[in-house]
Design a protein around this ligand. Structure first.
Ligand SMILES: *Cc1c(COP(=O)(O)O)cnc(C)c1O
Length: 410
């Protein structure tokens, strides 16, 4: 009989969202008339902008015509999309990234996991706590950790707490670290990294030979012009960072699927005997061997995000979600809650009132206001005592949720 990858058996059985679903279903069963407002899951709610729909539709028509039909495309992505990204996402912000350093993919979730293919198992990995669970679970799967403790923390991983006490600005690691996952704007806390904070990370990585894995999935939600959108806006970052980009949250591609990973040509790793190896070539090899490219139709849809109409329609979507975030943040703050995030990110990170645990506050909000959020403890031990609400919802739902929560806190 075939042996299984036993590292999978260490994974905590997808606890968070199934447990939320179980509690909501039980409540709905007992209260069939309750109109439950779901503000838990980080998925967009608005339809695709018309410029993108037209980009997709025009490409679909090309595929139906013998003269313009296309089969396999370049695994790394079509030039038209890589060029648009290099120009608009990086060069226009002073970040020195070329089109051939960008690898188009079907999602950042996959890329943040797949990137581990090109790193040795004995690298030391640090994550922020609370954390996007994908970074942790993919390291468990490849065998880089021991078992999880009662708080869900895996032996062998280094957790860097980001809490209100340290202003969501984690301490630099004090032990040896080779890979550091950073996510800014942050899911789940909604925190952003200032230029000074990113400079500190880049300096740390350069000094210690560490590599930053920078997840910029929410960069489009940055409203403060002083906050960098890309790690490559920091001089020297080209030599120490990989960046993950996604069309999911800005252009509403959670169901369409398109993203990109940037591996600069100047980024090096080393072999056990000290040779320096460019990671670009390794990732190119991995990507072209295990992936056959994002569909032409989808890449045309993504490229439409860079047209004049596309940009202005996406800006409209972001404004809509961020107005939701403002309503949540200000409404709940004036009801007496301690609220973080929601200024440069579509997530509101609430300190639970009266020292309630994250799950107790979840139960209270569900039973008394019929609002569903996400317990902070589900994102890591340092998330205990916090609660996440998402701004991805209709205006009417957001307004009603704020009213209902204010009523139970009054
Ligand atoms: C939503 C999200 C992504 C995007 O993932 P896709 O696979 O591109 O949809 C990436 N990182 C974080 C932290 C996210 O919340």
């Amino acid at each position: 009989m075939a042996l299984v990858n036993e590292h999978y058996l260490k994974l905590k059985a997808g606890y968070l969202f199934p447990e939320i679903a179980r509690r909501v279903a039980a409540f709905a069963g007992r209260n069939p008339d309750a109109r439950i407002i779901r503000m838990g899951i980080g998925d967009v709610t608005e339809p695709l902008p018309p410029a993108i729909v037209e980009g997709l539709a025009a490409a679909a028509r090309e595929m139906g015509d013998r003269a313009t039909f296309r089969g396999y495309g370049p695994e790394q992505g079509y030039e038209f999309l890589r060029e648009a990204m290099a120009r608009d996402d990086f060069q226009s912000r002073g970040a020195d990234i070329a089109a051939d350093e960008i690898f188009v993919s079907d999602g950042s979730k996959c890329d943040t996991g797949n990137i581990l293919d090109i790193f040795a198992p004995d690298n030391k990995v640090a994550v922020l706590d609370p954390v996007y669970p994908v970074y942790v679970d993919t390291n468990v799967m490849v065998g880089r950790t021991g078992d999880a403790d009662a708080n869900g923390r895996y032996a062998g991983l280094i957790y860097l707490p980001a809490t209100a006490e340290n202003g969501f600005e984690p301490e630099l690691p004090t032990e040896r670290v080779d890979l550091v996952y950073l996510c800014y704007p942050n899911n789940p806390t909604g925190a952003v990294a200032s230029r000074a904070s990113l400079e500190r990370w880049v300096a740390y990585a350069r000094e210690h030979g560490a590599i930053l894995l920078f997840d910029a999935a929410y960069e489009a939600f940055i409203t403060d012009p002083s906050i960098p959108h890309s790690i490559y806006e920091i001089p020297g970052a080209r030599d120490v960072a990989i960046e993950f980009r996604s069309f999911s949250k800005n252009a509403g591609f959670t169901g369409v699927r398109c993203a990109a990973t940037v591996v600069p040509k100047s980024l090096l790793g080393r072999t056990a005997n000290g040779d320096r190896i460019p990671l670009h070539g390794l990732w190119n090899r991995r990507h072209t061997t295990k992936f056959n490219g994002v569909s032409y139709i989808v890449q045309r849809g993504a490229a439409a995000a860079y047209s004049t109409e596309g940009r202005s329609q996406i800006a409209g979507l972001i404004r809509f979600y961020m107005a939701n975030a403002t309503l949540l943040r200000e409404g709940l703050q004036s009801a007496g809650l301690e609220v973080h995030g929601g200024v440069n990110a579509p997530y509101i990170w609430i300190k639970t009132p009266g020292g309630l645990s994250s799950w107790s506050f979840f139960d209270r909000l569900l039973s008394d206001s019929h609002v569903v959020g996400t317990p902070g403890s589900g994102f890591g031990a340092a998330g205990e005592g916090y609660f996440r609400l998402s701004a991805f919802n209709s205006r009417a739902n957001v307004e009603e949720a704020v009213e209902r929560i204010r009523r139970i806190l009054a």
